[in-house]
Write a protein that binds this ligand. Structure first.
Ligand code: CO
Length: 634
């Protein structure tokens, strides 16, 4: 087993039982997460075949009776506790059990039933959906002294229709998750229920189109990858798949076999946080923002793709081993999907004089996972290509978070999408942590700006421009935003390792679509999400700097994470560096995003840039499958 493979189901249970045997678990303790405690990086890099390494677990616990968070580091190999730490004044990620229990607490509350009767004319809660939403932090004393949710509620018209089409706008129950009781119902006047259904399931959408012929991908000799546990080899790539309750899918120890040399590229790639701030200041909407990693756990919300995966070809699935908040085994079957995809032309040239076209098809390896965070879906798709490219594509889909309007009113901060139903404007900010180890750990980040050259006698036609690569020396210097004027990119290099033309080996970071935050810096969510202040951050590698908004963003007062770490202004040149990227999607909803939203795409690309001697895809042979091509025209 590779030392970076995620914990097995048995190891998760072992961690739970060690803590129980040591008396660290009471009837009011919740297991928030049990994950691999990764071994030190230098040991992984110097690993020889056959070496065994101690397996360790990192556990986050929360005691509802004490309103207290604890962290434990355990040796699974030695069956012992290495470290036990009380973390005062924080609220860790909410668990799936709390989502379910919170909904039940609201549905059983007499006060809620009475309010429902007043607002919707019924006290039958069987058609009510209650989505846990963290109470966040708005400076109220209870925001930092209680474990709180302020759920959004919806009323279905029947047991299986789309309940999100009917928000109960005027009601906001507030739930103390420690006592699991509704502590009050906040009311904002009585609002109508939108009159029309908004359904998307096949049984409710009549006249499904009938002109789609089968499209099948055949791989008669099987896939081109090899899998051993969570280790994968695909053509010249090798890596380890990771998974945790908080981050979801992670990639580790990504390497490329370059003519027999096993070269390191990325040590660890992970989603560290994401936040969805809404832009409507109305009393029922102004508190809406969701930290989907730190508040809800992207891995905890992962789909079992056993129940629905629309990938084509030969699929290899991987399970995610988690546990319930009481420590019972919880395996998300097929949480990760891996398959190959045809991706059009890799390269082509026809020598006109020789009449010899050379064309190669591109194939990519897709490693993906999809999470459902209440109404929204996020798909995380990592792609590896034959030309050395690495890509992350996030797919945003699912159902918009909606609001209600009285008849005849139009929203100022949103889009009407159905009668009396509107979708408030919002943004989605993701942060990804890329721990590069290009041919070794000591790397440097360069900010690359393209600038027109001076107009002088050397530039008589005024056509000159050039790339200026500025090495980033310190953390504060590294903070930067995208810049269209200079087509800004970043390059990660290893200054000690030279390529065939004598330059440092490097990989280019190519940003995709992005946004800047629209809310003021004083907005409550922005205090807690300082990572949106810049698109790019660079830090020296630290094991314990993992999450852009800090370890405990749930209900936090803010100030943690990237802004705090980088305020130290540590040197980041020619050292083990971590590149952090914040990217935002500004979503002004459309009627076409309803009732279910077609996927929107967001991401970035990593391109080898002087890492290889030449096009690494030069040796891809021509496709054999000419016979599969059939002409449809006669
Ligand atoms: Co959106």
């Amino acid at each position: 087993m590779h030392p970076l493979e995620p914990l097995t189901a048995a190891e998760v249970q072992q961690a739970v039982s060690i803590l129980k045997q040591l008396g660290r678990v009471t009837s009011t303790t919740r297991f928030v997460s049990v994950t691999l405690h990764e071994p030190p990086k230098d040991r992984v890099h110097s690993l020889k075949t056959g070496d065994a390494m101690d397996r360790e677990a990192f556990v986050v616990l929360f005691d509802n009776a004490l309103n207290s968070c604890f962290e434990a580091t355990l040796s699974l190999t030695k069956q012992s506790l290495i470290l036990w730490k009380h973390i005062p004044g924080v609220q860790p990620t909410m668990t799936i059990d709390e989502q379910v229990e919170c909904e039940q607490a609201v549905l059983q509350s007499a006060e809620f039933k009475a309010a429902l009767k007043k607002h919707c004319g019924t006290d039958d809660t069987s058609l009510v959906m209650v989505d846990i939403w963290s109470a966040g932090n708005y400076g109220d004393p209870e925001d930092s002294s209680l474990r709180l949710a302020r759920p959004l509620c919806f009323l279905r018209t029947d047991p299986t229709d789309n309940g999100y089409a009917r928000p109960i706008e005027g009601l906001r129950p507030v739930v103390d998750l420690n006592s699991m009781k509704v502590i009050r119902i906040e009311e904002f006047g009585v609002w109508p229920l939108p009159p029309e259904p908004g359904n998307y399931s096949a049984d409710r959408v009549p006249n499904q189109r009938t002109d789609i012929k089968p499209l099948e991908i055949l791989q008669p000799e099987g896939p081109s990858f090899e899998v051993d546990g969570y280790q994968v080899r695909w053509q010249k790539w090798s890596f380890v798949i990771g998974f945790s309750a908080r981050e979801g899918l992670t990639l580790h120890h990504l390497r490329y076999n370059d003519n027999g040399e096993d070269r390191s590229i990325l040590y660890r790639a992970s989603l560290t946080e994401m936040v969805v701030p809404y832009g409507d200041p109305g009393p029922t909407q102004r508190r809406k923002n969701a930290f989907d990693v730190g508040e809800y756990g992207m891995g905890m919300c992962a789909n079992s793709l056993e129940l629905g995966c629309d990938c084509l070809g030969l699929i290899r699935y991987f399970d995610a081993h988690l546990c319930t908040s009481r420590g019972e085994p919880l395996t998300v079957k097929n949480a990760i999907c891996m398959h190959e995809e045809d991706f059009g032309i890799l390269w082509k040239h026809t020598d006109r004089r020789l009449g010899t076209p050379e064309v190669r098809r591109s194939r990519r390896l897709v490693i993906s996972s999809v999470s459902t965070v209440e109404n929204y879906e996020y798909g995380f798709f990592w792609y590896l290509y034959q030309d050395g490219n690495i890509q992350l594509e996030i797919k945003l889909t699912g159902i918009l978070s909606l609001g209600v309007l009285p008849e005849g009113q139009k929203p100022r901060y949103g889009t009407m999408i159905a009668p009396q139903l509107y979708a408030p404007v919002h943004q989605h900010f993701f942060n990804v942590r890329l721990d590069f180890d290009l041919d070794g750990v000591a790397n440097t980040v360069q900010q690359v700006d393209i600038v027109p050259d001076n107009i002088d006698e050397k530039n008589p036609f005024e056509n000159a421009f050039l790339a200026k690569a500025q090495p980033v020396a310190t953390e504060k210097q590294a903070r930067a935003n995208l810049c269209l004027e200079t087509a800004r990119t970043w390059k990660i290099i290893n200054p000690q390792v030279r390529n065939a033309v004598g330059e440092p080996v490097g990989y280019k970071f190519m940003p995709g679509d992005n946004s800047l935050p629209m809310a003021s810096k004083n907005a409550w969510w922005r205090k807690r999400a300082g990572f949106v202040d810049h698109h790019v951050w660079v830090t020296p590698f630290r094991d314990d700097e993992r999450y852009a908004a800090g370890d405990f963003p749930n209900q936090s007062g803010g100030g943690d994470g990237l802004p705090a770490w980088t305020a130290q202004d540590r040197p980041v040149e020619n050292t083990d560096v971590v590149f952090w990227y914040t990217f935002g999607h500004t979503h002004i909803p459309r009627p076409e995003d309803y009732p279910v939203m077609p996927a929107a795409y967001l991401g970035f690309l990593l391109k080898p840039n002087g890492f290889f001697k030449e096009n690494p895809g030069n040796d891809v042979p021509p496709s054999a499958g000419k016979s599969q091509q059939k002409s449809c025209c006669h």
